[in-house]
Ligand binder design. Structure first.
Ligand SMILES: C[S@@+](CC[C@H](N)C(=O)[O-])C[C@H]1O[C@@H](n2cnc3c(N)ncnc32)[C@H](O)[C@@H]1O
Length: 257
């Protein structure tokens, strides 16, 4: 039963996902990028795949876009719906993972987002082909796909293990989120260690998931195979061209033929 489907780390994190992320700063950095592309392409209907707590979809709905969010984690979808209700935002949230978007969320989207390093949850080439073909099917003709991953062309060879510490204070809790990667032959274990001070005592818990590095050349081949063209590669949300040894992110904009 999909309703009880667990997506390990994300179900465990639940509402703390929004405490780990500085949404105000993040959206301020990212939204101008989407606004510019969406205006150029006359985008109206947007699907945020792997939407987690729904903040991109909610923000887009607030700007007048018809927004849908999809995520396989029951916890994330529940939190996304609660976030939308608290902000009076008109967003449809669907519990659906990669490979089932066209069937479960519908087709003819003008844009699909896949942000926050979500695509590396896809663990094989076959699954990647299926995921991108599904996204292509869910798009209208000439629709665009925007993917934002971490830059594994740098992270993987340099074995960059640690990410910056995030902190939050909320509801009498003090939280530190420590994120790290362990590198294996073909995959990585991504762990979030959450340190929490509550009633004067510190405790911690560890949640992990498996990621697979996605390199720019392989992604370009897979995207073209799935029917995408006009690929652009950026290193950040300021449209800086991607540089494999420099930038920490890989942002791809691809158009459906
Ligand atoms: C790091 S979060 C990113 C969320 C959000 N897009 C952001 O930018 O903050 C990764 C998300 O991918 C989702 N996810 C994990 N496996 C997935 C799959 N197979 N298909 C679709 N989404 C998946 C998780 O439930 C989680 O919400």
């Amino acid at each position: 039963m999909t309703k009880e489907r667990k997506v390990d780390l994300y179900d465990e994190l639940g509402a703390d996902y929004d405490l780990m992320i500085d949404w105000k700063a993040r959206l301020k950095n990212e939204m101008p990028f989407f606004r510019k592309l969406f205006a150029e392409r006359r985008v109206r209907r947007v699907l945020d795949s792997a939407c987690a707590t729904g903040m991109h979809a909610i923000t887009l709905a607030g700007e007048g876009y018809e927004a849908t969010g999809a995520d396989p984690s029951a916890e994330m979808v529940a939190k996304a719906r609660a976030n939308a209700a608290a902000r009076n935002a008109d967003v449809r949230f669907v519990q659906a993972g990669f490979g089932e978007l066209a069937d479960k969320t519908g087709r003819a989207f003008d844009a699909i987002l896949c942000l926050g390093n979500s695509l590396p949850h896809v663990l094989s080439d076959t699954e990647l082909d299926r995921t991108l073909a599904d996204m292509n099917e869910a798009l209208a003709d000439h629709g665009i796909l925007i993917i934002q991953n971490r830059n594994y062309d740098k992270i993987w060879p340099e074995k960059i293990k640690y990410m910056p510490l995030n902190t939050a204070v909320a509801g009498g809790r003090e939280l530190l989120f420590f994120r790290m990667l362990e590198f294996h032959q073909e995959t990585m274990t991504f762990s979030i260690v959450t340190f929490e001070k509550s009633a004067g005592q510190w405790s911690y818990r560890v949640s992990s998931t498996t990621l697979r590095p996605m390199f720019r050349p392989q992604l370009a081949v897979a995207l073209r195979k799935a029917g995408f063209s006009n690929l652009s590669f950026y290193g950040d949300y300021q449209f800086t061209p991607f540089q494999k040894d420099e930038t920490m992110d890989l942002i791809i904009v691809a158009a459906k033929d």
